[in-house]
Design a protein around this ligand. Structure first.
Ligand code: ADP
Ligand code: MG
Length: 688
């Protein structure tokens, strides 16, 4: 007898080729076939008479063959004329047929056909029906339940898929499976067997509209179970982390209160709350892994600075890692401003340093003299040895792969505490599903005194209007970013467009200092330009998207984005966040090349309507889906079998409830739930 975890190759009539094809769509064993659900159904539960039949519907009819005829127009065709007792007629039309088929269809035979009813010149027709010759003893077409139509992959045919899935369903029927939901209190969900049977073979009175919209209780049950499995696997990761040892920091106020005095502003409540969250984590014996979310400009950096102070006071080094050289530079200056007055030593490490500079910094890091180390991914390199690394900050997380996150943690004896700061707010549904292994603090308010950014969309033909605006802004001693984004993939062409724009602006704005920065410049050059812009020595900075993340120049109050229709929502929001950092009213002009696609109109509209990063993130998730947002590395949630985080986010509350229940299960039952839904080690099936 078969078991559900038998590999599919054990099925009759399923050879190595089909196995390979099914493996490619994630089907390795019989259980996987059970979760390969139909994408629609056919209704073959009753006959339709020709007087009731409606053109366009799929119907089953039972009629008598009157005659057949082979016509040789341009394409050979076989026509089979049928009629009922009242002389109503129907023609079956075959464009592909063989002689055997032709011989079988003989006058006087009773035939059952299924297909879409069409209307032709000579009346009702069905093309290439599925048919049975009942008077020749073939089994009836009529089925008790609706018939599934499965999503296929090239080289696998519908009848094969049906046969294999049915076999899996029969095996399910004879097996005892652990149901997960069965013994839960307050559970009104169908059993796993019921749910799967319903979805593969719904009864006539099952609500197929609900199924089509993924709102049927049987689907909800599976969706909730799948989301629970995801969540559980992340919570287990979290528990694993919490079972590891880290360094206990004794929380001290000495440096913090000094820094507070020097700041020149008060922390927002949200910043204070985040600092408290972090301090609580740091004082525990387990490694912190906390996600700090906050909209652009909400002031995440200072929160990280306060955390570094705790590390310093406890005699540990901190590493701050930024995704770009520009940002690393900026953090170096920013952190130095805060930390130097407290007498804290800072090292700086990037890929563009000379060997001498680099060795000097490496020595500072290795001896422990540098208490805080700031850099790019150069911090990961093997040559970098910390004396006593205790705390890691990763800024603008979406630029980093998860594996990089880990390799830095290996640079310490005890797992260091880790703070991850994201540039883009993450929709709640994603945080709950994809980041459930992280603890999370949210900065949900901006520092006071910011005036909201006004956002306008403008066709690129109206460039002169923008020139006037630039003059006006610069007359008030404010500064301007002009961002060039080009259709072309190549950095050469992108740079060229920025060069052209730079020339255009210089010709038309002769009184202003206009400087170009793009990705093909060397790092020193870029850094020195950014420093001049920071000091206010440049009026208009013409840039490619190199300025995307984190750059902080509060005096900049106008941002112009060319070809804004080409950029994603999150990226536009990030770019726009470079202005509105000071107290001056700021404007963001989204220039576009008409005509706009529907999707582009939606994107520009939402940006005009709101500055709220969380709202924008939700819209982005809706427009692009989780796969695009998380990237391919973060597989799990982007490859779910049934659930879809956007469509099903209304179920998340229930997921929370059930996941908590499942956490009470025995270890092996939890593992069974996870492996039912998350098949990461598929190789075990591949060679059996
Ligand atoms: P982001 O969250 O985008 O990384 P930053 O940390 O760069 O934001 O902060 C943006 C700006 O806001 C900086 O100039 C910073 O000094 C300032 N800032 C941060 N917190 C406050 C506050 N509580 N009050 C006033 N200004 C603040
Ligand atoms: Mg930042």
């Amino acid at each position: 007898m078969h078991k559900l975890d038998d590999p599919i190759i054990s099925l009759n009539g399923l050879g190595p080729k089909a196995q390979e094809k099914l493996n490619a769509i994630g089907i390795y064993n019989l259980e996987h076939l059970l979760f390969h659900l139909p994408n629609r159904y056919q209704n073959k539960t009753h006959f339709t008479t020709l007087d009731q039949a409606q053109v366009g519907n799929e119907i089953v009819v039972e009629l008598t063959i009157d005659r057949i005829e082979e016509v040789s127009t341009k394409q050979r065709q076989l026509l089979c004329y049928l009629s009922d007792d009242n002389n109503r007629t129907l023609i079956l039309r075959f464009f592909h047929f063989n002689q055997y088929q032709k011989q079988q269809l003989t006058r006087g035979e009773l035939i059952q056909c299924f297909g879409e009813l069409k209307i032709g010149r000579d009346g009702l027709e069905i093309h290439h029906p599925e048919y049975r010759l009942v008077s020749k003893g073939q089994p009836t077409l009529i089925e008790k339940t609706l018939s599934p139509i499965y999503p296929l992959t090239a080289g696998i045919h519908q009848p094969q898929m049906k046969k294999w899935v049915n076999f899996a369903l029969e095996t399910l029927d004879k097996s005892t499976v652990f149901d997960n939901f069965e013994n839960l209190a307050k559970n009104s969900m169908p059993t796993l067997k019921q749910a799967l049977n319903t979805l593969h073979h719904p009864q006539i009175d099952d609500n197929t509209d609900q199924i089509a919209n993924f709102r049927h209780i049987s689907q909800q049950r599976l969706i909730i179970e799948e989301l629970c499995a995801q969540k559980l696997s992340l919570l287990k990761l979290k528990n694993e982390r919490k079972s590891k040892n880290s360094n206990v920091f004794k929380i001290s106020e000495i440096f913090s209160s000094q820094l507070l005095k020097n700041l020149g502003f008060e922390l927002t409540n949200a910043q204070q709350r985040s600092i408290d969250d972090i301090n609580t984590d740091l004082s525990l014996n387990h490694p912190m892994l906390r996600l700090l979310q906050g909209d652009v400009g909400s002031g995440k950096t200072i929160v990280a600075v306060f955390a570094c102070l705790q590390a310093v006071e406890n005699g540990f080094q901190s590493a701050i890692m930024a995704p770009t050289e520009i940002l690393a530079n900026q953090h170096f200056y920013g952190f130095s401003d805060y930390l130097k007055p407290l007498g804290i030593q800072i090292a700086f490490l990037t890929g563009s340093q000379t060997t001498a500079e680099r060795n000097q910094q490496l020595a500072l890091i290795g001896s422990g003299e540098a208490q805080v180390v700031i850099g790019t991914h150069a911090l990961f390199q093997e040559a970098v040895t910390f004396k006593k690394l205790g705390f890691i900050v990763i800024d603008e997380q979406h630029k980093f792969g998860v594996h990089q996150r880990l390799s830095l943690t290996q640079k310490a004896k005890n797992t260091p505490h880790q703070l991850v700061m994201t540039a883009t707010p993450i929709p709640r549904s994603l945080t709950m599903s994809a980041y459930a292994d992280l603890d999370c603090s949210i900065i949900d308010e901006l520092p006071p005194g910011r005036s909201p950014i006004q956002t306008v969309a403008l066709a690129s033909s109206k460039k002169e209007k923008v020139l006037d605006k630039i003059k006006q802004v610069c007359e008030q001693n404010n500064q301007v970013y002009w961002v060039c984004t080009l259709i072309e993939e190549s950095e050469v062409l992108r740079a060229q467009s920025a060069i052209d724009t730079h020339l255009y602006l210089k010709e038309n704005l002769t009184d202003l200092t206009i400087v170009l920065i793009h990705g093909r410049m060397n790092k020193q050059e870029k850094n020195s330009i950014m420093a001049r812009f920071s000091r206010g020595d440049i009026d208009v900075l013409v840039a490619t998207t190199v300025i995307e993340v984190g750059v902080n120049v509060p005096n900049a109050s106008l941002m112009v984005i060319e070809n804004s229709e080409r950029l994603g929502l999150a990226q536009l929001h990030q770019l726009r966040g470079r202005v509105g950092r000071g107290s001056d009213a700021s404007i963001c002009i989204l220039m576009y090349q008409p005509p706009l696609s529907g999707n582009a109109i939606e994107r520009l509209d939402i940006l005009r309507q709101t500055n709220d990063g969380f709202k924008i993130a939700n819209k982005d998730l809706e427009l692009r889906g989780p796969g695009e947002i998380l990237g391919t590395q973060q597989t799990g949630i982007a490859n779910m079998k049934i659930a879809n985080i956007v469509r099903d986010s209304y179920l998340l509350k229930q997921v929370g409830y059930y996941a908590a229940e499942f956490m009470q299960f025995d270890e092996d039952k939890q593992q069974a739930l996870i492996t039912r839904w998350i098949t990461d080690d598929k190789t075990q099936y591949a060679n059996t």
